[in-house]
Ligand binder design. Sequence first.
Ligand SMILES: O=C(O)c1ccc[n+]([C@@H]2O[C@H](COP(=O)([O-])O)[C@@H](O)[C@H]2O)c1
Ligand SMILES: Cc1cc2nc[nH]c2cc1C
Length: 361
Amino acid sequence: MTSASRWSSPWWLHATAIPDFRSEQGALARQNELTKPPGSLGMLEEVAIKFAAWQGQVKPQIQLPQCVVFAADHGVVAQGVSAFPQAVTVEMLKNFIAGGAAISVLARFHQMGLTVVNCGTAIPCEYLQGVIHRPVAAGTEDFSLQAAMTNEQAQQALDIGAEIIDQLEVGSDLFIAGEMGIGNTSAATCLAAMILDLPATALVGPGTGVTGENLHHKQQVLAASMRRAKEFVESPLQALEQVGGFELGAIAGAYIRAAQRGIPILVDGFIASTAALLAVQLNEGARDWMLFGHQSAEPGHARVLEALDAEPLLQLNMRLGEGSGAATALTIVKQALALHNEMATFAEASVSGQHLVSEAE
Ligand SMILES: O=C(O)c1ccc[n+]([C@@H]2O[C@H](COP(=O)([O-])O)[C@@H](O)[C@H]2O)c1
Ligand SMILES: Cc1cc2nc[nH]c2cc1C
């Protein structure tokens, strides 16, 4: 049992690992010796330097990336806030393990581990093999009417994330959390709005494709949910209880445990970033281990990224979830490390006969 006990502080408050400053400085020095004007590779330089600090080596490498998709359902879909029926959550679980989902393709492309976790679907699916089953309940309650989950369920959701990180293959050197859950843009919108003290209308968007009158209806349902829940929320955990989701809690727990174990995190879209916001609210050290893969087309993502002081690597108008934006950004991360590790320094280039020295020297 990893939950808070009566006598000790809960595990998610425990200290996160500390990135290695000497390797960071070594990587910065190396970047400035490579055969290019200093800074000319822009964010690719920053990415390589971050990984050096995270891995404690001047020449970092990604050898065992892992993606875990956390799935759950949301009672609030009864209010008509998604463009798709709830049954799609379990149908997509089948697709993830059968290899036909976008994240399945990207995981194969990168030779990345792909784990799928059932955190609580409305339609029971425990018969599915190849999925880790940790259902907290058959979906959350409808948070427009009552709390999405109990305090115990919120803690259980965080615990699932920690357990999954503890089970990752030894040597796993990058963690991507994906998510799947019809209705979870509604949960993420209210959770982010609650944490940032913004109206839901500042963050709400089409999700799977809710537009026109239906989008107006979604805005009204979420605004009413915020009015109902606000008086019960005085902490990030209570925000998760009132308007969150099981997969959001599990991802926040996974991010915190990854940061405690020193595993770098590549964050995906709006829902994953909202879980990141929750994780940082619960334990600010988690932020030190996060890199942001992309900015989703979901309008609320920009506000969440801003609150996290995050600069995403890509902006491709993606809004799929599953970890797909982060997995797409992994290509850029790998290229950043290849350039950092394999480019010649000015000294090496001169030795090989090409006299390359900058004017300033
Ligand atoms: O990652 C994103 O930015 C993102 C933006 C919009 C939708 N999604 C995905 O779409 C589903 C939620 O959309 P909705 O309309 O049912 O709330 C869920 O399965 C997410 O993975 C994901
Ligand atoms: C088909 C489909 C695939 C998804 N993947 C993540 N969220 C999704 C939502 C839908 C509707």
